[in-house]
Write a protein that binds this ligand. Sequence first.
Ligand SMILES: Cc1ncc(COP(=O)(O)O)c(C=O)c1O
Length: 448
Amino acid sequence: MPARSRTPSGRGPGSSPGVTLDAFTDRYAARTHGMTASEIRALFAVASRPEVVSLAGGMPNLSALPLDVVGKLVGQLVEGRGTTALQYGSGQGDPVLRELICEVMALEGVEGSPDDVVVTVGSQQALDLVTRIFVDPGDVVLAEAPSYVGALGTFAAYQADVVHVPMDADGLVPEALREAIAAVAASGRRAKFLYTIPNFHNPAGVSLAESRRDEVLAICREAGLLVLEDNPYGLLGFDGPPTRAIRARGAEDDVIYLGSFSKTFAPGLRTGWVLAPHAVREKLVLAAEAAVLCPPAFNQMVITEYLQHHDWQGQVASFRDLYRERRDAMLDALTQLMPPGTTWTHPTGGFYVWLTLPEGLDSKVMQPRALTERIAYVPGVGFYADGQGGRELRLSYCFPDPDRIREGVRRLAGVVEQELDLLETFGPTARLHPEGRTLTETPAPDMA
Ligand SMILES: Cc1ncc(COP(=O)(O)O)c(C=O)c1O
């Protein structure tokens, strides 16, 4: 339908005040139809209010960063090498940083050549570039159920068809992966890659067991499926040394590996990377140049200086301590306060706990009541491409201090109890609106 003419404010002559219609609707590319605000972004404004305990966002806790050290090296960089640092750089990324990235990856057993590393604007851009070079509209991408909301957004933007693969407490279930691959093949299609977050999963808070890693790789190899291994949290494990990456298992031709400095240093520097098979690396550099010409030289040099002249591994160890304390606070509070029927995962690293509500409750329906009670979480439905997740929600423990976390869980437990009371009173299909004025039907999962 052609767009009607609009006033300069974007409003049609007959439209009601305050309603801004989009005058460009009939001109957008088809790929924009899959682009929607994520559940997390939608929550951001309300969750940032000081009276709300936000267990919603996944922002790294930078309170432990040595800002004096970073400030000093930034100043020295600009004064001493500003004409290089503030100049355009290589499309593939700074060669010195790429060497250091190989040393970082070696901590998780990954042996890669700096030649096969592409520096990106966060690992989010790496997700975009990989999808851009592999996925045509309608292609299948396999992803864990649930999966990282930013990756789902990218897959939607490239019109991929996401098929979810179930997980359990040990991560992706190999048998379910086999079944998903077979089901896709039976429909006459082939998946382009398996997108997986093996360590301290966002949002599920589980990790792929060591004993499953070779098997997952073997299944993908047999099916001719690339593995897109996204590992921003791998160094943030609470219980000992990291588990060897999938890429570290002789898989240089089968795995595209993504890393990031967002969780181990600072997300504001927007620097991540891809380690890819050589031929793929060539295509990625072309795609990256078309997108951004080159990643920011300045940010890369800040990171290079930081890695070379600061005890960055000691810093990561203090991040681990900080997050472990918060994880403990959340798990203890959940154990003490949550009503029976509620279950949750037990992360051994990273930022997230994945919670399943008692039967009959819906995290999206419950959200207005939770916000009224000043507690924010992310409803589970946003972490699936197919409308699952109605009973589930994500809690982050990375940012608030332990007392706030305990208070947040206390509020959440109260909200769940109120919802259970209503369920008992009105039955499974009716739920009292938090304001107490209207009764709303519990939406089917695919409408939530
Ligand atoms: C699993 C996963 N992948 C990728 C990203 C993107 O990270 P960045 O672009 O900051 O490197 C995130 C951020 O939260 C994440 O959780």
